[in-house]
Design a protein. Structure first.
Length: 84
């Protein structure tokens, strides 16, 4: 499962961050339109983004957040996504 915790040690002026991401903030590129929705799978391993460009992109929710797949074929913007 995806874990993302931040611990502050005020005595030593350090921050310890535990996460499966390669960087604290990741930019996911690939949609050609605005992103309207995001959802994690129940195990926190995959992220799905839905866009005005009528596609859903599946991303690995750790490491460098690689794109796993493009789900296309919708006729309109994707306004909501959900894993079941």
């Amino acid at each position: 499962p995806l874990e993302d915790d931040v611990f502050d040690d005020h005595q030593n002026n350090t921050t310890i961050r535990t996460s499966s991401l390669a960087e604290p903030t990741m930019k996911l590129s690939g949609h050609k339109g605005s992103v309207y929705c995001l959802a994690y799978d129940p195990h926190g391993e995959v992220l799905c983004s839905g866009s005005f460009d009528s596609t859903c992109l599946l991303w690995k929710a750790g490491g460098k957040c690689n794109n796993l797949s493009v789900l296309s074929g919708h006729k309109n913007a994707i306004l909501d996504v959900c894993f079941t």
